[in-house]
Design a protein around this ligand. Structure first.
Ligand code: PLP
Length: 287
């Protein structure tokens, strides 16, 4: 496996960064998770826009243009002979001294890793996921914007730990006011009377690329869709619930905090959107 590290492709064992990298010392940096399907990189431009926006928000200058970054992603897949896979892009503040100030860091560290994808087991797409609500809350949107996909994923990691301790693969995170925000690394949709609802970014959700693709697809297919603030009660009483994300794609939720959702299996709207999404991923992307 070859990793892109600061301008060069190096073997996995040699892909190492300094202990003085502020990405390591402070989680100071940004990242993206991207998918390639049959040689097409799905929504690469949207992912790069989010990466550059995240970087701008934390005053980090990425030392490549968007065009160069596009070439890096495509070349990382090529070097690893991957048609289908997951690409992780990381830009950290780089090597500096032990102080918090980012101004001691002269050059950001840029990494691209491409791997075959590990996702939820196939059966889970047929049965649906069981999830629980956890105590960990989404950090407030007025402090660090949830739009910044930063290397500080402790909240999300705590969510994952709580989920796994409860014996389920994923969990639902509320914001500090108790409104439904998102999962540990995916967005949530509920379907009620054929209408789709998903929380707006300001509630504390990353505006997912998959989420946006599903909103567009659903509109095209004639479903009514809206961004809305909602509570756990709305989730428990929905006809269908599903999660979206680059890694998860679209996955039905069959149980939330012990409450069976709808008929306890993937519902027709979820299935319809999953099918359309899979079709879209085959036909839309950067070669
Ligand atoms: N929410 C969080 C916190 C995430 O990390 C991700 C994954 O990137 C998502 C939602 C889903 O976003 P996307 O569909 O862009 O992968």
């Amino acid at each position: 496996q070859l990793i892109f590290l600061n301008g060069k492709f190096v073997k996995k064992q040699e892909a190492v960064v300094s202990v003085y990298d502020h990405g390591f010392l402070y989680g100071d940096g940004v990242f993206e998770g991207i998918r390639a399907y049959s040689g097409n990189v799905f929504r690469l431009d949207e992912h790069l826009t989010r990466l550059y926006d995240s970087a701008k928000s934390i005053m980090l200058t990425i030392p490549y243009t968007k065009e160069e970054m596009t070439a890096i992603v495509v070349e990382t897949l090529r070097q690893n002979h991957l048609q289908d896979g997951y690409i992780r892009l990381v830009v950290s503040r780089g090597v500096g001294d032990l102080g918090l100030s980012p101004f001691s860091c002269e050059m950001p560290t840029v990494i691209a890793i491409a791997e075959p994808l590990r996702i939820f087991p196939k059966e889970l797409y047929e049965t649906g996921l069981e999830i629980v609500t956890v105590a960990t809350r989404r950090n407030r949107s007025d402090v660090l914007s949830p739009m910044v996909k930063s290397l500080n994923y402790l909240n999300n990691i705590l969510v994952k730990i709580e989920a796994n301790l409860a014996g389920v693969p994923e969990a639902l995170m509320l914001n500090d006011q108790g409104y439904v925000a998102e999962g540990s690394a995916d967005n949530i949709f509920i379907v009620k009377n054929n209408k789709l609802l998903t929380p707006p970014g300001h509630v504390g959700a990353l505006v997912g690329i998959t989420r946006n693709a599903i909103l567009d697809l659903a509109r095209e297919k004639g479903y009514e869709v809206a961004e809305a603030v909602f509570t756990r009660h709305d989730v428990y009483t929905a006809d269908e619930v599903f999660l979206t994300g680059t890694a998860a794609e679209v996955i039905a939720v069959k149980k939330v905090d012990g409450r069976v959702i709808g008929e306890g299996k993937p519902g027709p709207v979820t299935q319809d959107l999953l099918d359309s999404f899979r079709e879209l991923t085959q036909n839309d992307g950067v070669k």
